[in-house]
Design a protein around this ligand. Structure first.
Ligand code: ATP
Length: 265
């Protein structure tokens, strides 16, 4: 079945979207980079934003995370209109963006990296920081997060000593310290070898159980394996959306990717 680009997905009403955008548009001068994009990201689900180079994925990502101001449209987070809010404000509301910059400190141990993240103002654990008795709790929590991303046995290594893939797993741990309601990942698999890709893909899947997750990703094999819903952009507009079987069978999507080097299959 091919879904109409502007129609809401069939099961969109089943759970309320944590993050929702309607009629999103972005103009750079006279160039309309994004036009009339609707998107819903649900708790416990992975929504992948895909499309050929220049389709508008990063622009939509930056609009949703408030790094760009939309020319038109509305963005709602947990029922609150965040269209006019700044990135720091939406971060405090639980929208966490990862991978646009490295979030780790190379000279610090993995444990300290996660402890720093747990002490950030928008971390729910910040409140424990001041009291000495809370240090045990902080350490325990940091170790739990490292364990969750498969790095517990390296807790006392310096982050600089990690492989690229493990650094990114550490970034996930520091991101989780903020207890995101919505997690936005910008090309989380970029530059990784196959083994790291598989580890990161299963990590993303496991993380998504506790939040609403949106990722921009070029690796279509992984997108197909772990996404619950996919939005395909082309020239700034929604070309198709639905589950992987739906969008991959859509002749318009196939045509959009023809000749593209992005297909991870
Ligand atoms: N700040 C800007 N000023 C002018 N044009 C821009 C700006 N940012 C993006 N664009 C243009 O908007 C279009 C969409 O770009 P965007 O980076 O969102 O695409 P993308 O799908 O993320 O591409 P890629 O997969 O190559 O990263 C492109 O034509 C790009 O040149």
């Amino acid at each position: 079945m091919i879904t109409h680009p502007t129609a809401a997905p069939a099961d969109a009403g089943a759970t309320r979207a944590v993050l929702s955008a309607r009629g999103l548009a972005k103009r750079f001068g006279s160039f309309l980079a994004v036009n009339n994009v609707d998107i819903d990201v649900h708790h416990g689900r992975i929504h992948a934003l895909i499309g050929p180079n220049g389709a508008g994925k990063s622009t939509v990502f930056n609009l949703l995370t408030k790094f760009l101001k939309p020319t038109a449209g509305r963005i709602v987070l947990d029922g609150t209109d965040i269209t006019a809010m700044d990135p720091a404000c939406v971060a405090r509301m639980g929208m966490v963006r990862s991978f646009q910059i490295s979030a780790t400190f190379g000279d610090m141990t993995l444990l300290d990296n996660v402890r720093v993240a747990l002490q950030r103002p928008n971390s729910l654990y910040h409140q424990f920081w001041r009291s000495l008795t809370s240090l045990d709790r902080l350490n325990r929590q940091a170790m739990e997060l490292l364990d969750r991303v498969g790095l517990a046995d390296m807790a006392h290594l310096r982050a600089n000593n990690l492989s690229y893939g493990r650094k990114r797993a550490l970034e996930i741990a520091t991101t989780l310290a903020l207890e995101p309601r919505v997690l936005l990942l910008d090309e989380p698999l970029a530059g990784m070898g196959q083994e790291d890709v598989e580890h990161m893909a299963s990590l993303i899947k496991s993380v998504s159980r506790d939040c609403a997750l949106l990722m921009v990703e070029h690796n279509l094999k992984v997108v197909g394996d772990i996404s619950d819903e996919i939005t395909v952009l082309q020239r700034g507009e929604i070309l198709a959306r639905g589950d992987y079987a739906t969008v991959s069978a859509d002749p318009r999507v196939r045509e959009a990717y023809m000749g593209s080097e992005d297909d991870g299959h």
